[in-house]
Design a protein around this ligand. Structure first.
Ligand code: ATP
Ligand code: MG
Length: 341
């Protein structure tokens, strides 16, 4: 019996940020520590997803390779034989399956996707690629029969859509796909009640996002530790004069508390308690700034020491193996829809 698959991807449109690190990279590394041996772990760079929003194409290849290095710097063990790292566009089955799934996905479903609404809002020319990318994401997941897809809160809707497409096609064609498990069960599996969603420092009602144009509210993993600390000190808070963990009324302060708790690996309750009764936000900001500075200094040191030869070797061997796995699913689908005998 082949192992069940845990899969996650991080877009290569820009440098990754603290939200990606805390919300996706770190949980992935923890999952590897916990489950390698028992599960197959697929960690990939969805490079075809990169230009669903405008990017500098001359930097894409380099960015893709850089992001792979970030996985290793975050602690991913590339010597582990149950772990596969790959670039999406190096496995052509992703594109082929997308074209097929498109005809089994409804315009109405895609129009309801919050990510599409948020990213397309106010833009003059919204690409069909942006509209359709949840289908590419469904292909990313279904090609490997991934049961668990650890993603941040912004992506859970796409995992639900993937389930719906898989179940719809299974109803029509028999057992074609292994749908990912329901979101609630995914959360239980990863022992999280709610997905962490780090907010933008300037506009804390929005999530921290790579494609944010100004980058002022985003801590990039390549930011100098000093600049990052300054961004924290300048974070938007509020005028309530009390430290409470409540995203409804104090999103800026709650975001700072979440960052501190995850960076120091402490329960949020303990962190909140330390600031109880404080009427000024200065001390909290200073502590978060210090924690971010320490983290970035350490992380950037690790990044400089990544062995690129080893990484290339792992990447190419993973891509060869994942092409075989993906093509086997693709062939099954091609037969089911009548393209092959
Ligand atoms: P983009 O603006 O280009 O969509 P992004 O920052 O949302 O960039 P993605 O590549 O879409 O990043 O997502 C990569 C992973 O990081 C996903 O699992 C996503 O859920 C997670 N993630 C993204 N932003 C955050 C955030 N602010 N807090 C926690 N996790 C996040
Ligand atoms: Mg995103």
């Amino acid at each position: 019996m082949s192992k069940q698959v845990i899969l996650t991807g991080l877009r290569a449109n820009n440098d990754l940020h603290l939200g990606n690190y805390l919300g996706a990279l770190l949980p992935m590394v923890d999952l590897q520590k916990k489950y390698a041996g028992e599960y197959q772990i697929n960690l990939f760079v969805p490079d075809l997803h990169s230009f669903t929003t405008p990017i500098d194409h001359s930097k894409l290849y380099e960015q893709t390779m850089h992001n792979l290095k970030l996985f290793v710097a975050a602690g991913l063990d590339i010597e582990n034989s149950d772990t596969y790292i790959y670039r999406q566009s190096y496995i052509p089955a992703h594109s082929e399956l997308t074209v097929i799934l498109n005809s089994f996905t409804y315009m109405g479903e895609l129009s309801r996707m919050t990510q599409f609404k948020e990213k397309g809002e106010g833009k003059q020319n919204v690409s069909a690629g942006l509209f359709d990318y949840p289908v590419l994401m469904a292909a990313d997941i279904l090609l490997y029969g991934a049961m668990y897809v650890p993603v941040g809160a912004d992506q859970t809707q796409h995992v639900e859509l993937t389930r719906n497409i898989a179940i719809r096609m299974n109803n029509k064609f028999g057992e074609l796909f292994t749908p990912p498990v329901e979101i609630k069960k995914q959360l239980e599996f990863m022992s999280q009640n709610e997905r962490l969603r780090i907010r933008d420092l300037v506009q804390p009602t929005k999530k921290m996002s790579k494609s944010d144009e100004s980058g002022m509210g985003v801590i990039f993993l390549s930011d100098s530790p000093e600049i990052a600390a300054k961004k924290i000190m300048g974070a938007t808070t509020d005028s309530m004069g009390k430290v409470q963990y409540d995203y409804e009324t104090q999103p800026g302060v709650s975001n700072l508390l979440d960052m501190l708790a995850t960076l120091s690996n402490e329960p949020i309750g303990n962190v909140v308690k330390r600031y109880e009764g404080q009427v000024q936000y200065g001390p909290l900001k200073k502590d978060v700034a210090e924690a971010v500075k320490t983290f970035l200094t350490d992380f950037q040191g690790k990044l400089a020491n990544v062995n690129t030869d080893k990484l290339m070797h792992k990447l190419e061997s993973s891509e060869a193996e994942m092409n075989v796995m993906a093509n086997s699913t693709l062939t099954k689908v091609q037969k089911a829809v009548g393209l092959r005998q």
